[in-house]
Every structure is written in C-alpha cells, then in structure tokens.
Design a protein around this ligand. Structure first.
Ligand SMILES: C[S@@+](CC[C@H](N)C(=O)[O-])C[C@H]1O[C@@H](n2cnc3c(N)ncnc32)[C@H](O)[C@@H]1O
Length: 417
C-alpha cells in the first residue's frame, strides 16, 4: 500500500472525528472527551479548531445528515466512517468558512483504505449543487418532539434560533461598582452582557478578579437568597463555583461541597483569583452531612444539562430519556436529604440547568418543603416567575437580547416550627 503525504491540518480533523465518535457513539460529554481526542495536538489553536469543528457539527447534525442522505444512493449507516468524514468536511465548507478544497483534502486521509471515492464524490456533488445549511439549524427529532410536548412551538423556534449564533457572554461581578465601570449591557445588578468573544482573560478586570463568566440564568439561583449578612449557606454541588463566588460576594459564610476533585480545583482557582472566601469540601452529598444546621442552602443539582445546549450542543445528541430519569431520581434524593439540614425558617434554593420537566416541575409535587414564591421584582427584567411562584427559564426569555440558558429554579422555606 502506498501512503500519501498528508496535507497540513489533518491531525486537527482526526481529533474532531475522535471527539464526535466519543459523543455520538460512546455518549461522552464533548468537554470530557477533549483531552483524550486531542492528545496528539501540540498547538492550542489545533485543539481549538478540533473543538470548533466538533461543536459546530453537533449544532448542525440533523441538517448535515439530511444533506448527506440527499446525495447518497444507499443510506450510510449512522456510525459509518464515511458519514463522520462527510459531516466534518461539509460543516467546515458550509458553516465555518473553510475553502471547500481545504475542507475535503484534510478529511480524505481520515478514510484512507476506506470509502475515499464515495466521500469525495458526495462532497463534490453537494458543492456543485451549491447545497446550503438551513438557518436556523434544526433540532434532533427526538429533542424537538420532547420539547414541543413540554413547552410548545414558540419554544422550539427560540431554541433553534439560539443554536444559530454563538450566545453572548455574561459576566457576574463581585461588586455593583465594578459592574457599573464595565462597558456592556447591564441586565441585572452586578451583571454585564457582552458579545461572544475569545481572549476573556485579557478583558479589563479579569486579572484583578472583578468578575467571572456565568450565564445570567445561572446567576439567578444565588440572587434569590439575597444578602447573607454573615449567615451560613451550604452550596451543594458547587464546582466550578459560579454560585459560590456570588454567595461569598453577597456576604454569606459559604461551605462549598462537590464530589469532583478536578472541578473543585477550578473552584479554588476561582476563589483565589477573585479573592473571595469559602470553606471547600470534597464529598458526596448523598454520604456527607454538615456538623450543624444552616441558614440557607443552594442545591444546584447534577442534571442532564439540556438547558445549556447553546454552549454544549452534545447534550442534544447524547441525553436520552433514561439519563433524564436517573438524574431526576438523584435530584429528588438530594433535595430530600438537604431539606433536613436547614434551620427552622431557613431557605433552600433548588436549581437544574435542564429543559426537562422531570428535572424541574415534577419535584414540586413531592417536595419536602413548602415553596417560597419568587416575586418578579427579585428577577432580572424580562424574566418572569411562573404563576406558581417558581421559575421556568426558557430560550424564549430575553430572546431579542441574546436569550438565556434553560433553567428550573424553585425557592423553599422551612417552617419555623
Ligand atoms: C450543575 S454542576 C454545578 C455547577 C456549580 N453550582 C456552579 O455554579 O458553578 C453539578 C455539580 O454536581 C457535582 N456532583 C454530582 N454528583 C454529586 C454528588 N453526589 N455529591 C456532590 N457533588 C456532586 C458535579 O461534580 C458538578 O460539579
């Protein structure tokens, strides 16, 4: 067998293919698969390219597959290498502005010894036909059906729109003064929204620890606890610590608990950079318990994370109903356990970054504590509580200002006696 010299850039495409394989065939989160998939890439920009190709492919997957199927006589199996290679070549040429000859020449070596001619032929036919990807992108059929049933057609339209462009960047600030000094759209206290961009560490105030990146929706749970005035709060499932930082900045005495050593490392770095304080404990919330009852609890429970599909489009393809059911069961158990750790009169905020009612509304039916209804004046403008007093944050909210991640947030209060 003669081996051809590889054009430059093939390694990044090979890593993109590994990433897609990890997400679509093995069900791994994109971020978790990155280190292993990009192990041969020395340059950070190649790693960035591999990630960008894989993420954009996942955003456009149903449309890419429909396009491939329109140009093949026999339907390629979902896990065929030729399908993976075509997805990567097409997404580059049609969504990432890669010149078509570069998009295909860097992908063909990935199918060496395989259906090279087929991949080349299908790609060429689609380019000659001037095939284009629809805008906004389509959702995977299973997700669309699920969300349509739960939230209706307006939500589907907003979710597709949210996939069309990179979401803006929300910053949460340590102090109101630092936020006011910062040039951006101020949609809430201690907040600024700026256009999507890279080079975050070079923005003013980052090195000084004035702010951290946190979607505005993700900042709402901690906002609902108000000022701590030196009282105690348990931040359960805390890492990488966006909510820990908010609570510490709002004068709470924070104990942050998480089971992941790697994620807690990031939490510690965040505390150090912002010069905020919290006790940090590595523990499983289902095993650990606090030494004494606390004034407040924030339980940002592990979930399917379908609410953050804009930045993590892998969730659209790997989260199946069984995952949602397992996560909902864990959340229910955590909520029941944590409820016992509150002082009488104490407040618990429960949140999930999920767009699945089983990981939100369903918990209200058997909740161990009475709901403490959220008032509209406690929320950023444009975000409204459900008439029941809890928050269901959908991509329809603030849609004309860059929208929000999907979240469920409910506040409970333990009775005094
Ligand atoms: C949604 S993330 C938390 C995000 C975090 N609250 C923030 O604002 O940055 C869920 C976290 O739950 C943690 N986790 C999952 N199962 C856990 C358990 N049984 N005990 C403690 N932490 C757990 C994960 O390590 C993960 O960091």
């Amino acid at each position: 067998m003669t081996s051809r010299p590889e054009p430059t850039g093939v390694d990044a495409r090979r890593a993109a293919l590994r990433l897609l394989d990890a997400v679509l065939r093995r069900g791994l989160p994109l971020e978790a698969a990155l280190d292993a998939a990009a192990r041969d890439l020395a340059k950070p920009e190649d790693r960035g390219l591999a990630h960008a190709i894989a993420a954009e492919t996942l955003r456009r997957l149903p449309d890419l597959d429909a396009m491939i199927d329109s140009a093949t006589q026999q339907r390629l199996p979902p896990d065929a290498k030729a399908r993976f290679a075509l997805r990567i070549a097409l997404v580059q040429a049609l969504a990432l502005c890669t010149p078509p000859h570069a998009a295909i020449s860097t992908v063909l070596p990935l199918v060496d010894g395989g259906p090279r001619r087929l991949v080349h032929g299908v790609f060429g036919a689609l380019m000659r036909r001037k095939a284009a990807l629809p805008s906004p992108p389509s959702l995977p059929r299973g997700v669309e059906m699920r969300w349509l049933e739960s939230w209706g057609p307006e939500m589907i339209a907003a979710a597709r729109q949210a996939l069309a462009a990179p979401p803006p960047l929300d910053l949460s600030f340590k102090s109101a003064e630092a936020a006011e000094r910062f040039d951006g759209d101020h949609l809430a206290a201690r907040h600024a929204r700026i256009p999507a961009q890279s080079g975050i560490a070079e923005l003013p105030g980052f090195a000084e620890g004035d702010w951290w990146v946190q979607d505005l929706a993700a900042s709402i749970p901690a906002r609902l606890l108000g000022d701590g005035e030196g009282r105690t709060v348990l931040d359960l499932c805390a890492a990488p610590g966006g909510k820990t930082l908010q609570l510490a900045a709002a004068d709470w005495r924070v104990t942050a608990v998480d089971s992941s050593a790697a994620r807690l490392e990031r939490l510690r770095e965040n505390l150090q950079r912002t010069r905020l304080e919290a006790d940090v404990i590595q523990a499983d919330v289902m095993q650990w318990q606090p030494a004494a009852a606390v004034d407040a609890i924030l339980l940002d429970a592990p979930c399917s994370a379908t609410g953050i599909f804009r930045r993590h489009p892998d969730v659209l393809h790997r989260v199946r109903p069984r995952v949602i059911a397992e996560m909902a069961e864990l959340q229910r158990a955590m909520l029941a356990r944590a409820a016992d750790w509150l002082k009488p009169g104490g407040t618990l905020v429960f949140s999930t970054c999920s767009l699945e009612p089983d990981e939100g509304e369903a918990h209200l039916e058997h909740s161990p504590l009475p709901l403490d209804p959220v008032r509209p004046d406690q929320l950023p403008g444009g975000v409204t509580p459900n008439p029941g007093g809890y928050l269901r944050i959908l991509p329809t909210m603030l849609a004309n200002k860059g929208a929000l991640d999907g979240f469920f947030v409910a506040r409970f209060k333990r009775r005094h006696h």
